[in-house]
Design a protein around this ligand. Structure first.
Ligand code: FCB
Length: 437
C-alpha cells in the first residue's frame, strides 16, 4: 500500500520556528536488549556496554523538564523497536504507552515532539527472516511504524522516519562496523533499496493514521574537501565522496531515482516513484568536514581525515569545527525545495570550553541560511551526555552531564548560551517560502 503525499503546512503554523534538543532511544534509555547489545557483548565496539545509559526510560519527563529549562520548544527522541515489538508480531502495549505518555507530556509542557522511528538498532529477531536485504523488511518496519503512530496519537505531528539511512547502510552492510556487520556491496545496495521503500511505505501509513503529521528523514551531511587543494586526485576523491554521501540521497528524494558508485565496484541504483512525495521537510544531521587524500597513506582509494584547518581546534573525538561548512551544506540541502530542520548538530566537549562559541557560530550560520530559505528549526545533539555508538561514554555531547551512579543531571555552563541563542532564534521572522516549488 502506498499513499499520496498530503502536503501539510511545515514549518508548523502555530510553531513556525523550533529550537530544541535531540536524543535517541538506545543512547539514553538504558537496559534495552537488541542487536546492538549483542554487538557490544561480542566485543565489536570500543566503548563497552551501554547498560543503563542515562536511565531516561524512567526519567524522560525529568529530561523534558531540563529541555524546557533551556528554553527549548522541541524535543527529538526515537522509539525503540525492540521495546515495542520484542517478539516478531507481538507488540508491547506498555512500551507504546510509555512513549505516548512522553508525547503527551511534551505537548502539555509546550514542546513539539519530533519522533524518529529508526535510529540504528533492531529487535533481535529482525535480521533473521526479515533482514534489510529482503523485501519482507519493508512490511515489518511499516507495520511497526503504523502501530507506533496509532499509539502516539495526534500530538505527535512531526516524524523523521529514518535516522541517517545511508550512514547505516555504509556502516552495517559495506564496512561491517555496526550491526548486522555485513561487508558486501550487493547487500549494501539491496539494503538501501529496502530502507528507502520502508521509508516511503511507513510515511504513507503514518499519514493515514495522522494526516496532519509532517514527515521527514534525518540525512547526515558532511563536507568533503581535497587535503591538497591543487591535487587533481584529492579533488576527484572529494567530489566522488560528496556525490555519494551528500548528493546521492538528496537526488533519490528529489527524483525518485538513485545512482551512485562507491569505488571500486559498489553500485547503488534504484527507483521508487513515491519517494519525492514522501517528505514534507528534510532533516539534516550535520557535524563536520573531512579532508581527502588520494592515494591514501594506508588505503589505496584514499585517506579521510579531520584536520584543524580553521584554527578553532578539534572536538574531543577529533572532529573539525567548521560553522561555514554547516552553512554551505544547509544551502545545498535546500536544493531539494523542502523546508529544512536541523535534526542534529553538536560536539563532544567534556570541558565545555568550546561549546558556547560553537553554538554562537553555528546559530549565526543558521540565521544566514534562514534569511534565504525555509528553516523550520534547530535541534542540538544533545540534551545530555549519552552512549556514543562505537565509543561508549567517552565523548560528552551534552548540554547536561549526568552522574553515572545517581544519574543526577547537571547543567553545563554553555547551556546559558543555548538558552540565549534560542530566545533570539524563536523571536526571528517566520521562514521565507520557497518560490520555485
Ligand atoms: C549522529 C547519530 C547520533 C549521534 C551523533 C554524535 O550521526 O545520529 O546518534 O551518535 O552522530
Amino acid at each position: 500500500m502506498t499513499g499520496t503525499a498530503s502536503k501539510v503546512p511545515f514549518p508548523l503554523s502555530d510553531r513556525p520556528r523550533l529550537w530544541g534538543v535531540a536524543v535517541s532511544h538506545y543512547q539514553v534509555e538504558g537496559d534495552d536488549p537488541c542487536d546492538w547489545t549483542d554487538w557490544e557483548a561480542a566485543g565489536r565496539t570500543n566503548g563497552g556496554a551501554c547498560g543503563r545509559a542515562a536511565d531516561s526510560w524512567s526519567r524522560y519527563e525529568e529530561d523534558a523538564g531540563l529541555a524546557g529549562a533551556l528554553g527549548a520548544n522541541a524535543f527529538r527522541f526515537s522509539v525503540s523497536w525492540s521495546r515495542v515489538e520484542p517478539r516478531r508480531g507481538e507488540f508491547d502495549d506498555e512500551a507504546l504507552e510509555r512513549y505516548r505518555r512522553l508525547v503527551d507530556h511534551l505537548a502539555a509542557t509546550g514542546m513539539e515532539p519530533v519522533v524518529t522511528l529508526f535510529h540504528y538498532t533492531h529487535p533481535r529477531w529482525f535480521h533473521s527472516g526479515t533482514p534489510w536485504t529482503s523485501p519482507a523488511s519493508v512490511e515489518v518496519f511499516s507495520r511497526f511504524a503504523e502501530r507506533t503512530a496509532r499509539a502516539l496519537g495526534p500530538a505527535a505531528r512531526v516524524y523523521t522516519i529514518l535516522n541517517e539511512p545511508l550512514v547505516f547502510v555504509l556502516g552495517g552492510f559495506l564496512d561491517g562496523q555496526i550491526p548486522p556487520g555485513i561487508a558486501d556491496g550487493r547487500s549494501a545496495a539491496s539494503a538501501l533499496d529496502h530502507l528507502l521503500a520502508a521509508h516511503a511505505e511507513a510515511a504513507a501509513r503514518v499519514r493515514d493514521v495522522t494526516p496532519h503529521a509532517a514527515i521527514g528523514v534525518a540525512h547526515n551531511m558532511m563536507e568533503f574537501v581535497p587535503e591538497r587543494r591543487w591535487n587533481p586526485l584529492d579533488r576527484l576523491l572529494a567530489n566522488r565522496a560528496d556525490r555519494l554521501y551528500n548528493a546521492g540521497l538528496l537526488e533519490a528524494f528529489r527524483t525518485g531515482r538513485w545512482n551512485f558508485t562507491i569505488p571500486p565496484f559498489t553500485r547503488f541504483s534504484g527507483r521508487r516513484d513515491d519517494l519525492p512525495g514522501s517528505l514534507d521537510f528534510l532533516g539534516v544531521n550535520c557535524y563536520s568536514r573531512l579532508h581527502l587524500r588520494s592515494p591514501g597513506r594506508t588505503r589505496v582509494v584514499g585517506d579521510f581525515r579531520y584536520v584543524d584547518r580553521s584554527g578553532r581546534g578539534l572536538t574531543d573525538n577529533g572532529w573539525e569545527i567548521v560553522p561555514e561548512a554547516f552553512e554551505r551544506l544547509l544551502r545545498r540541502a535546500s536544493s531539494l525545495g523542502l523546508p529544512l530542520l536541523v535534526t542534529e548538530n553538536g560536539l563532544a566537549d567534556a570541558a565545555d570550553s568550546r561549546r558556547s562559541r560553537f553554538l554562537e557560530e553555528h546559530a549565526a550560520s543558521l540565521e544566514r541560511v534562514a534569511a534565504d530559505v525555509p528553516v523550520a528549526g534547530y535541534l542540538h545533539w544533545s540534551l545530555l551526555d549519552n552512549f556514543e555508538w562505537l565509543d561508549g561514554y567517552g565523548p560528552k555531547f551534552g548540554l547536561y552531564s549526568f552522574d553515572p551512579v545517581t544519574f543526577e543531571r547537571r547543567e553545563r555552563p554553555s547551556a546559558q548560551t543555548f538558552r540565549r541563542l534560542g530566545r533570539r532564534f524563536l523571536e526571528g521572522p517566520p521562514a521565507p517560502q520557497f518560490t520555485r516549488l
